[in-house]
Design a protein around this ligand. Structure first.
Ligand code: SAM
Length: 203
């Protein structure tokens, strides 16, 4: 997702340390609550805001774009929230081994990187799938949704050579409002009438 750089965003993130954290401190009480949920590429936070209220516990939203992370943070201002934002790339956040294990990981409409040579950049490239696997509790689940056929197919291929099992597979996913929430990109894709693909992965 490209966004116009918003000048206010970096100082805003810097000034709101109650919501925006620099890095993971596994001893911090935020990370001791359950369920502990991770969303990578959280965008402006539509999904995070709805799901964090529904799930309770602690919800870590990672978004590398400063303007988009700023928009998400501003939407949480003066609200009681169980969300913390890290404005960084997933690979940097988890570059060192940490003892944390998550109950759930959400990947919503991740950048598809449609060219073959861009495959390694995808969030579901094999190396990142391995990392997600190691970050989940034994009973934890990874939830993946996309409207990109290329990303969906490459993800299915990469799962085959990973340790993950596919628990649920919906080639055309009908939105389930009892269990799920809609991100900005899902809403846009549905408005255009695009098919949404969904996978639930487990150990
Ligand atoms: C296509 S947008 C989807 C946003 C949101 N999940 C939604 O469904 O509306 C993908 C988002 O993931 C972020 N992103 C992509 N790769 C990332 C990474 N490696 N670490 C953190 N954020 C990432 C982008 O900055 C962008 O905001």
């Amino acid at each position: 997702m490209r966004s116009r750089r918003k000048k206010w965003a970096a100082p805003y993130l810097e000034a709101h340390k109650e919501i925006v954290i620099e890095k993971i401190d596994a001893q911090d009480k935020f990370f001791l609550s359950r369920p502990l949920v991770l969303e990578v590429g959280a965008g402006k936070g539509d999904f995070a805001i709805a799901m964090s209220e529904r799930l309770g516990g602690s919800y870590l939203a990672i978004e590398r774009d400063v303007s988009i992370a700023g928009t998400m943070a501003r939407r949480l201002e003066n609200k009681e929230t169980n969300i913390r934002i890290i404005n960084d790339d997933f690979d940097n956040v988890f570059s060192e081994d940490i003892s944390l294990r998550f109950d759930a990981i959400y990947l919503n409409f991740s950048d598809p990187w449609p060219k073959k040579k861009q495959g390694k950049r995808r969030l579901t490239a094999s190396s990142r799938l391995d990392k997600f696997y190691s970050l989940l509790l034994d009973e934890g689940k990874l939830y993946f949704k996309t409207d990109s056929d290329i990303l969906y197919e490459s993800t299915l291929e990469n799962i085959e050579s990973s340790k993950f099992k596919i628990l649920e597979r919906y080639d055309v996913y009908v939105f389930d409002e009892k269990e799920d929430a809609m991100s900005e990109y899902e809403r846009k894709a549905r408005d255009k009438g695009l098919a949404i693909h969904k996978l639930v992965l487990g150990k």
